[in-house]
Write a protein that binds this ligand. Structure first.
Ligand code: 1GP
Length: 240
């Protein structure tokens, strides 16, 4: 069974999924075992690894170490074609649909094929939509694209549906790592009610209330990175 089939199954059964996002630039290798002990006591179902940048080229080492400490599915959430390793289980094959920069719409994707062509990674086509999170985020800086305003609900909806109609298997509404404001529940609701494929939501989610608001509005999978990095007590609150 593929990871994607498992996500579809969870959506069908209305079982909510939660990913921890691990930034290879920030995590300390030595901390991975203890961190995963807490993760396994929590409701976390998926591990995403990646970032807009990976200055130290740490991603592969981080993924390999994580794989030694967990049976949870590990997906690469790449900031560029350089962030690909066979050590993971799969990759969110992102296309930045909110932007109008061909580098992140198709060029990085073409560049990544040499590594993916003989790979066993599960490749999941994902429409990635950057939404204004109230602060300039790394995605915005690195991709040189503008996020869509939270007021532009129709544009967000139409971008998500354009992704679905183009054959994306997932849509990811992203306020950006460290966002001040998460994607508004009204937007999540509007998009999830029209979308047939699973919806991922991330960026700026720092509390159980916000997490539940995202789930109740129709997010199938929520991604949290910064809040767990800054406060492992929050992770401990999310007991299974
Ligand atoms: C970023 O959506 C993820 O790509 C998670 O964001 O770090 O703000 O939780 P945070």
């Amino acid at each position: 069974k593929t990871m994607y089939a498992a996500i579809i199954q969870a959506k069908k059964e209305n079982r909510k999924l939660l990913a921890v996002l691990i930034d290879p630039e920030k995590i300390k290798i030595a901390h991975i075992p203890a961190f995963f002990k807490k993760i396994h006591e929590s409701i976390i179902t998926h591990v995403f690894v990646g970032g807009s940048t990976d200055e130290g080229n740490q991603l592969e080492t981080v993924v390999k170490t994580i794989k030694q400490h967990t049976k949870l599915p590990v997906l690469i959430f790449p900031g560029s074609h350089e962030q690909i390793t066979e050590a993971a289980d799969g990759i969110l094959f992102l296309s930045l649909l909110s932007g109008r920069n061909p580098t992140y719409l198709i060029e990085q994707q073409v560049q990544s094929v040499a590594k993916l062509i003989n790979s066993t990674l599960e490749i999941i086509p994902t429409g990635y939509i950057l939404i204004d999170g109230g602060v300039e985020t790394a995605v915005q800086r690195v991709s040189k694209t503008q996020p869509i305003s939270q007021e532009a609900e129709t544009e967000i909806l139409h971008t998500a549906l354009a992704g679905q109609f183009s054959g994306k298997k997932l849509i990811y509404l992203e306020a950006g790592s460290g966002a001040k404001k998460m994607v508004k529940p009204e937007i999540i609701k509007k998009v999830s009610s029209q979308l047939q494929i699973p919806l991922i939501v991330g960026g700026g989610i720092k509390s159980k209330t916000q997490l539940n608001a995202a789930f109740n509005a129709g997010a199938d999978l929520v991604v949290i990175g910064t809040a767990f990095e800054e406060n492992e007590g929050f992770l401990e609150e999310l007991k299974r």
